[in-house]
Ligand binder design. Structure first.
Ligand SMILES: Nc1nc2c(ncn2[C@@H]2O[C@H](COP(=O)(O)OP(=O)(O)OP(=O)(O)O)[C@@H](O)[C@H]2O)c(=O)[nH]1
Ligand SMILES: [Mg+2]
Length: 657
């Protein structure tokens, strides 16, 4: 039994995405045919289509060990195999972050494992993913659930290494000694995970539609693998934080929540779910169901208070009973486990949220371009209609009137040409200045700042060194962004003036220029700063070998910041190439328009017979422009289409008792 609600919502999302891809492809063909686009536009459309086709939705499960993360994943997504597919046991089980997805490129089911020793290199997991050679591959036999479950056992494997080796890998520090002490003594060897990261490609219907599940190991994984905190979790569209009813909110649950989970969603409130799992441990058969219900509600209330959230943000559930109920097809137990209600919440919140993110991306990358085409078509339609009116007004008029009109149009034309000359001058200025803008957002300058930060940490890779280092780093970034912002504001003002003047002087319909804004990047830096700050002050940072973790953390932080800078710079470059294009096209259109009007008048002056045929031609072109205009409008409307609302089975919304 696949999670039906989730599956249906995922399908609705898939349909919306296909319609969108179709619409954009139609637009691409149309742009090609009408010769309205340029190479830059082509590239942008191509990139958007590529991103849409590779688009994925990630749900990450985060919690202390043994809260039931893996069991929840088994119950929600993998019950149809009639067994517990991913290993879930008492105590620590999942030893490395595990990504479940479907590899569309290779179209193959496998488990791939990255050896723990790769922690010694500076290469990130994201980079390792590009190099298959470093991963141990196990092909999955889909016909045998037993052999699949065996293969999945790899992700729980551990091995014994001497203390020194664990220290070198950043998995042991003297501060952890008490955790490993045996009979009051520090052992000579300790257990460490065998693998650093696992990738599982699996042809599950939801995974095939682009869903990615990220299961994380409980014990201090967030402290020892900064890439999880800085990249993987912030990039997930939803994070499920799991508590257990048999333990309540412990000190370590709370620390994890405050330092690693809550900051992930500090910028926006969406996509964070808290599950109170194992409520079956409260199912005391000697008590009434009303009493049990109240105990569950009280626990949720207390947990909410401790975490500082609303009680209705906590979803009580029993993953284990949910899985059992699905395997045994026991509907009553399934409802009681509350797993269907949890699936409903995930489906109805995560997918529309994901859709809004995709929509935002489309609008920011090609939205303005489509809008420009739309405005330009409106302007063409406007001038064609004006010409038509002018010609219709000419019937029955004598030569004198026509000659007067010709004279007036020629004068207009001369004035126009003069203005176009001065426009060319302005255009050059904008081009030079916007190139300068892209240069101000300079990656080399960022690298200088990184070097300076390293110096300010003066070789002390400690929490204290990191504190002063991060201050230097973020202060430097903020100073640079203010400089760029000021420059961009000046440039934007200039662009607005040039557009406005031209429109006013020639009575052409107004098109608003696209302005360059740094707001998005400033927000991303703010978010990065908050995540970094939470990580820096987190007690888990002190639990492992600091030197190792802090160095890794710093590398991740810099690569993230570099990425934001890179995007800002690339956008500035694209913007600088495109900012004047709508006006340039409009100027060209208006020039042709005036020439056409003169030509009309000349012909009509020679022979009145041409008047009617010109009117007919213009009527035809007005009709064709109207059609194109409607088409472009329809593309804009697909982007804004909401997901189809799904009917919910009534029983699925029942609450746990
Ligand atoms: N009674 C009860 N036990 C559960 C429930 N969910 C999980 N468990 C048990 O709790 C233990 C831990 O579950 P896991 O899914 O391995 O926990 P985890 O959060 O993935 O732990 P790590 O992988 O170590 O981080 C297992 O023995 C599960 O069978 C539940 O709803 N009720
Ligand atoms: Mg687990």
């Amino acid at each position: 039994m696949v999670s039906q609600r989730f599956d249906r919502q995922m399908q609705a999302y898939g349909r919306w995405k296909s319609a969108l891809i179709d619409g954009i492809e139609r637009y691409q063909r149309w742009l090609d045919g009408s010769k309205m686009g340029d190479a830059e536009d082509d590239l942008r459309i191509y990139e958007v289509l590529d991103a849409l086709k590779a688009d994925r939705l990630t749900i990450a499960f985060v919690a202390e060990f043994a809260r039931g993360k893996t069991e929840l994943i088994n119950a929600i997504f993998f019950s149809e195999y009639d067994r517990r597919l991913l290993p879930s046991e008492a105590g620590r089980t999942t030893m490395c972050p595990t990504e479940l997805f479907w590899d569309n490129t290779e179209q193959k089911a496998y488990v791939r494992l990255l050896p723990i020793e790769t922690r010694l290199s500076d290469t990130s997991i994201a980079e390792y993913k590009q190099e298959a050679i470093h991963w141990t591959n196990i092909d999955l036999d889909l016909t045998s659930p037993d052999s699949m479950a065996d293969a999945f056992q790899e992700i729980v494997k551990i091995k014994q290494v001497p203390l020194d080796e664990a220290r070198k890998l950043g998995l042991y520090s003297d501060a952890d000694a008490h955790l490993h002490a045996q009979g009051g003594k520090t052992p000579s060897h300790i257990d460490i995970p065998m693998w650093r990261h696992a990738l599982i490609s699996f042809p599950h219907p939801l995974l095939k539609q682009g869903l990615v599940i990220l299961d994380t190991p409980g014990l201090n994984a967030l402290g020892s693998e900064p890439e999880l905190t800085l990249n993987m979790l912030p990039n997930a569209q939803a994070v499920v934080f799991v508590l257990a009813a048999d333990t309540g909110v412990t000190k370590s649950d709370l620390e994890m929540w405050q330092h690693n989970v809550k900051p992930l969603r500090s910028g926006h409130k969406k996509g964070l779910f808290v599950v109170l799992n194992k409520v079956d441990t409260l199912w005391d058969e000697l008590k009434t169901s009303a009493h049990i219900e109240k105990t569950v509600q009280d626990q949720c209330q207390r947990a909410a208070q401790t975490l500082g959230i609303e009680p209705d943000q906590i979803y009580p559930a029993s993953a284990q009973k949910g899985l059992l109920a699905k395997i045994r097809h026991d509907q009553d137990l399934l409802i009681r486990s509350n797993i269907p209600a949890l699936e409903n919440v995930l489906a109805s919140e995560v997918l529309p949220y994901k859709q809004s993110l995709v929509r935002e991306h489309i609008l920011s990358s090609i939205g303005t371009m489509v809008k420009e085409t739309h405005d330009l078509l409106a302007s063409r339609l406007g001038s064609a209609r004006k010409q038509l009116q002018e010609l219709k007004g000419l019937s029955g008029k004598n030569n004198e009137v026509i000659e007067h009109l010709m004279k007036k149009t020629r004068e207009e034309q001369v004035a126009y040409y003069k203005n176009v000359e001065s426009f060319q001058g302005n255009k050059r200025i904008i081009q030079e200045q916007s190139k300068k803008l892209a240069m101000t957002i300079n990656l080399a300058a960022l690298d200088e700042l990184v070097a300076q930060t390293r110096n300010s940490m003066s070789g002390s890779w400690t929490t204290h060194g990191l504190k002063s280092g991060m201050k230097t780093f973020f202060d430097g970034i903020s100073a640079r962004l203010s400089e760029v912002s000021e420059f961009a504001d000046q440039l934007n003002r200039l662009v607005i003036t040039i557009y406005r003047t031209f429109h006013q002087e020639h009575g052409i319909s107004e098109i608003k220029p696209v302005l360059y804004s740094l707001t998005k990047y400033k927000q991303e830096f703010q978010q990065l700063y908050q995540e970094a700050e939470a990580f820096r002050s987190s007690p888990v940072t002190t639990m492992t070998e600091q030197h190792y973790v802090i160095k890794k953390f710093f590398i991740s932080l810099v690569s993230h910041a570099r990425n934001i800078f890179f995007k800002a710079q690339r956008d500035a470059e694209t913007w600088s190439k495109a900012v004047m294009s709508p006006l340039v096209r409009q100027i060209k259109d208006h020039k042709e328009d005036m020439e056409q009007r003169l030509e009309n008048l000349r012909k009509i002056n020679e022979s009145r017979d041409t008047l009617q045929s010109r009117i007919e031609e213009l009527e035809k072109s007005c009709a064709s422009l109207s059609k194109q205009y409607a088409e472009v409008k329809s593309i804009l409307s697909i982007v804004n289409l909401p997901l189809e609302v799904m009917e919910e089975p009534a029983e699925a919304t029942a609450k746990a008792s």
